[in-house]
Design a binder for this molecule. Sequence first.
Ligand code: IPD
Length: 287
Amino acid sequence: ADLNLHEIHDFMIEVARKAADRITSATPTTGAAGSKKNSVDLVTETDQAVEKLISTSLRRKYPHFEFMGEETYKPGDKIGPAPTFILDPIDGTTNFVHRHPYVAISLGLSVNLIPTVGIVYNPFTSTLYSAIAGQGAFLNQTDRLPLTPPTPLTTLNTCLVAVEWGSDRSGPDFTVKSRTFSKLAATKEDGGAMVHGLRSFGSAALNLCAVASGNIDVYWEAGCWAWDVCAGWVILKEAGGMMVDANPGNWEPRMDERRYMAVRGGEGQKGIVEEFWGLVEGRFEVS
Ligand code: IPD
């Protein structure tokens, strides 16, 4: 059946906005926070409550759609071709727990495994990013992204680059990250810097929106999940950005592969991807 993507998009925004108060009025403490697999993979009561709130509304209105959420995911769950809402109730849980306001509700709709509608809403700043495939990406539903015409991408040493440590702090993938990070942060043999700056803000969804906006040039991460990226991916693409694999060589990554590199819109994207891939120290396995 034909999907009314506009109606779905508007409803997704409505439910995200309604859930926002539950996040801004919460008083999380590190003590009250549960922890999933280790001491840095946090989940709070609020994550669970917000997922419940949003999934209940979505299911009531779209009973035939599938749903995948960070808090109810079970190993082995797969995204199929059917329309599927993909939700991270609080992307940036660690920030949330520490009251650092770089936090978002990340709600995407995937159709035929393609990110098709994306809503990323920061309840602390009331900033809303949204997009429907083929129809552009917007800030607060009014300003088209990117906000200013993109300048060409020339070399990595003029780029502001976002990376994330994620919650795995040991193992082979951690080694790939830390080696690559130190290379990015260092000076080159010619004495120039490898990049203008290296940032780790703590929310994959908002990082993708920053690349879509054009205020971050490149974002590279392995280890995050479909709910971290589904919504931001649509927004990125609609803003002229490009998504490739964090491992060198794959220009067409899938949502469930857990390795991503986003490059902002502008001439020279492919050159930046190739330059970055050339710096990646090893290959991610991502389990
Ligand atoms: C995490 C954040 C973080 C990224 C992790 C994600 P969560 O999501 O997006 O920036 O490094 O890979 O899992 O756990 O806060 O929802």
